[in-house]
Design a binder for this molecule. Structure first.
Ligand code: PNS
Length: 158
């Protein structure tokens, strides 16, 4: 039996914290799909295609990881691909309440279980939003995003 998992998110853009979770998921599941939420009502810095390309490049060392996109409910995406596990990182207690609600709703709606990996301590403070804010004001990004992502951020924020 092969067990597949999905790592869903906005990934605007992918950070080293995301990559840490994807790597750890890839070492425990037979295959992992990184699923980028395409949400036209949310203003993003990178297009879905750009985000997917950055994920594909920065996860190229992981043979069992593929990148895809979805709109609407994550459970529908999972059903269409026979994926029964959502794998997510938990950074802090502040993440927990909303994540718990989503996990319970996804379990109820779609019989899809959510498994949480605790974020590695060095990435506990990291989020795509904070990275963008630091980049916007020209702050240091070392240790937060892959070099390629840093270059893209610098280009966008001049
Ligand atoms: O990186 P993010 O923005 O924290 O990721 C959130 C994401 C995309 C995982 C979550 O918002 C999601 O799954 N959205 C799709 C719609 C859905 O299924 N919502 C949950 C219903 S309980």
């Amino acid at each position: 039996m092969t067990v597949s998992a999905v790592c869903p998110g906005s990934f605007d853009p992918i950070t080293l914290g995301h990559i840490d979770i994807i790597e750890r998921a890839a070492s425990r599941f037979d295959s992992v799909t990184v699923a980028v939420l395409s949400n036209p009502s949310k203003q993003a810095l990178f297009t879905v295609e750009e985000r997917m390309e950055l994920i594909a490049e920065t996860c190229a060392h992981l043979d069992n990881v593929t990148v895809d996109q979805f709109t609407g409910l994550l459970v529908n995406f999972c059903h269409d691909r026979d994926i029964r596990v959502i794998c997510k990182g938990l950074r802090a207690v502040s993440d927990f309440e909303y994540e718990l609600q989503m996990a319970q709703m996804n379990q109820r709606m779609g019989d899809v279980e959510t498994m949480f990996l605790t974020t590695s301590p060095e990435y506990g403070y990291l989020s795509s939003s904070l990275v963008k804010e630091v980049a916007r004001f020209g702050g240091p990004l070392t240790g937060t995003v892959p070099e390629r992502v840093e270059r893209e951020l610098r280009e966008r924020y001049g």
